[in-house]
Design a protein around this ligand. Structure first.
Ligand SMILES: Nc1nc2c(ncn2[C@@H]2O[C@H](COP(=O)(O)OP(=O)(O)OP(=O)(O)O)[C@@H](O)[C@H]2O)c(=O)[nH]1
Ligand SMILES: [Mg+2]
Length: 240
């Protein structure tokens, strides 16, 4: 069974949020509150929107050059990456139930920013299952440009397979209707030439409220949606 799952896409599309959320929900980590309390204690400015992003990037510290105020010399310090922008690949085991059996999948969260393309490519090469993340509102606004599709293409070119597409942030501007979903699928299909076999999953992970839609279970937000949850789509791809 294929069990390496790579999350990829442009910057700020919600990859790390999704990754952090899955990590907390699927692993026995003692609940999200533990992380919340840690960040509230350790960081001067706690940002609830970045809770899952910070969890995803928790072990990554950025090297920052500062001037030592006593010696006047320049020195490097490692600081917590508060902005949440991913700068490297992050890897975690995630147990998922497949036909009543616990299987550990390895998820890779890749950076969306082009300046970290070397790290992104490293993650993409690991993936047997690609999960392309793209924000629903950006598609509907017509903000999907060549850059999205250039990044989209990287994994199909490496793997010769099509990824699962995750439409993220459907809670923003309430893009939860079937009309919006079908319109987004239509635009994606026109631009990307996807066939009907490509799973397109409408999701959100609302960090402030610690809830999600269509990630681990179906959501009341989209009662019309009859396709798989993200986890079901991943299990389906793993069996192919
Ligand atoms: N309302 C809402 N906000 C979201 C959702 N998913 C992500 N966000 C927010 O979007 C911002 C960026 O999310 P990230 O998960 O860090 O984005 P990313 O794709 O990992 O970005 P890079 O690491 O730069 O590639 C954060 O402020 C998140 O809280 C969602 O489903 N709903
Ligand atoms: Mg990220």
């Amino acid at each position: 069974m294929k069990k390496n799952v790579v999350l990829y896409g442009n910057s700020n599309q919600g990859k790390s949020t999704l990754f952090g959320y899955l990590f907390v929900e699927l692993n026995d980590v003692g609940g999200v509150e533990k992380f919340e309390n840690y960040f509230k204690r350790e960081l001067p400015k706690y940002n609830p929107a970045l809770l899952y992003t910070w969890i995803a990037n928790k072990d990554y510290f950025l090297k920052k050059s500062t001037i030592n105020e006593f010696t006047g010399e320049q020195e490097d310090r490692f600081v917590f990456n508060e902005s949440g922008m991913s700068v490297d690949v992050f890897e975690r085991g995630m147990p998922i139930e497949v036909d009543g059996k616990r299987e550990v999948f390895t998820f890779f969260d890749t950076p969306g920013q082009d300046q970290f393309h070397t790290q992104r490519d490293k993650g993409l090469e690991h993936g047997d299952i690609g999960v392309f993340c793209i924000e629903m509102g950006e598609i509907l606004k017509g903000a999907v440009d060549e850059n999205h599709f250039r990044i989209y293409d990287i994994w199909p070119k490496i793997s010769r397979k099509k990824p699962i597409i995750v439409l993220t942030k459907i809670d923003i501007d309430d893009h939860t209707s079937e009309e919006d979903y079908l319109r987004a699928c239509e635009i994606l299909r026109k631009i990307g030439g996807y066939d009907e076999s490509v799973r397109i999953v409408p999701t959100c992970v609302v960090a402030k409220e610690k809830r999600s839609a269509n990630v681990l279970s179906k959501s009341d937000l989209t009662p019309w949606y009859s396709g798989p949850t993200l986890i079901e789509a991943i299990v389906e791809a793993a069996k192919k």
